[in-house]
Design a protein around this ligand. Structure first.
Ligand SMILES: [Zn+2]
Length: 361
């Protein structure tokens, strides 16, 4: 169902104009406007206030919430000021408007720490068209984040093997290379009720950035779990997960864990890694970092992590690479996904080459 609503706090004249513009554009493009949010609403524009950014509480996982906040002066560091509002309002996307007399800058911020800007000059005709083109594909992407755990991991693997030891060493190396930014301190900004909702609806245990995986055999691979400290991955079933496949009926990743463990969720990018391993038998390892390299091919749209669309787009670029088993793919406003024959092969190719700052585009 393509529908949307606009909700939240009081609007300034600018915000009234802005949300009316969004309403008109999305309506013209075939989205049905709902005065009140229905349970399975697809897109919610939620106007929030600086002092008390009230979250919109979703009823369905498929609901994509865009918080909108207006400020009249430009903060010193826009990203650092804006990001906590995205978190506190439990949104999938934040539109952060800096509106001063001379000009209006509209920043778009994602949970993956993506960050880009559109400037608005008055009388500009295609402003809402530009916003629509940026936002709609992202908002309508489908999340694949369910996990199905089975306590059936082979006993020989309960304490890992040489592959998981290599992953432990590689995670440490990423940290030494300064490629593991500190996880965002979610609990500093959110109540336990909000944390629960975040876990349930986004499937994330914490916002830490990046992940890595390594093939086990032709059907399965090991991958870092969601939200864990990648510099210290030791426990099988919690830090490192054994992923068996994807179950299209349940729309879930299949994960085998040792008995008597409360498992952590799979990284939201597990579906993407699964697609790549399945298609390219020579790919032995995959690393995803929030960093960049010069001269690489990149995705056009910044689909959210954990969506089928991001997975398919990256898998497609890997397929088109000169050597799919040694590809470096840019994820616009987000980071890199790198394939290799094994983890060593990846590190040999990226050491000294990576730029820790992802360019905003
Ligand atoms: Zn990422």
């Amino acid at each position: 169902m393509k529908n949307f609503t606009i909700t939240g706090g009081e609007k300034t004249p600018f915000l009234t104009w802005y949300t009316e513009g969004l309403k008109e554009k999305f309506s013209t493009e075939g989205y049905e406007f709902c005065e009140e949010p229905v349970d399975d609403i697809r897109i919610v524009f939620n106007v929030i206030e600086q002092e008390k950014p009230r979250p919109f509480r979703r009823k369905a996982q498929a609901t994509f919430v865009v918080s909108i906040l207006e400020k009249n002066e430009e903060p010193e560091n826009i990203f650092e000021t804006a990001y906590p509002y995205l978190i506190r309002s439990l949104a999938n996307h934040l539109i952060f408007i800096v509106n001063n007399k001379e000009k209006t800058d509209v920043y778009f911020i994602t949970p993956e720490q993506g960050f880009y800007k559109l400037s608005y000059q008055s009388e500009e005709k295609d402003f809402f068209q530009k916003i629509y083109e940026r936002l709609e594909p992202v908002a309508s992407a489908q999340l694949v984040i369910d996990n199905h755990f089975a306590n059936n991991l082979d006993q020989n693997l309960w304490n890992g093997n040489n592959i998981t030891q290599k992953m432990y060493a590689s995670g440490k190396k990423l940290d030494e290379m300064n490629l593991l930014p500190a996880p965002f301190p979610l609990d500093k900004y959110l109540s336990s009720r909000d944390m629960r909702q975040l876990k349930k609806l986004y499937g994330i245990g914490g916002l830490s950035y990046g992940n890595l995986s390594s093939r086990h055999d032709d059907k399965s691979f090991w991958m870092s779990a969601s939200g864990v400290n990648k510099a210290n991955m030791r426990v099988i079933g919690q830090d490192i997960l054994y992923i068996n496949g994807y179950n299209p009926k349940k729309n879930a990743m299949e994960i085998s864990v040792p008995p008597r463990i409360s498992p952590k969720r799979a990284s939201v990018d597990a579906i993407e890694h699964w697609m790549i391993y399945k298609e390219h038998p020579k790919v032995g390892a995959i690393v995803h970092i929030h960093a960049w390299m010069d001269g690489i091919t990149a995705t056009e749209i910044n689909y959210p992590c954990g969506t089928i669309q991001l997975a398919e787009t990256v898998a497609d670029l890997v397929r088109r690479a000169d050597d799919p088993s040694r590809a470096v793919i840019g994820l616009k406003n987000h980071g890199l996904t790198i394939t290799g024959r094994d983890l060593d092969d990846i590190f040999e190719r990226i050491e000294g080459q990576v730029i820790t700052q992802v360019p905003s585009a």
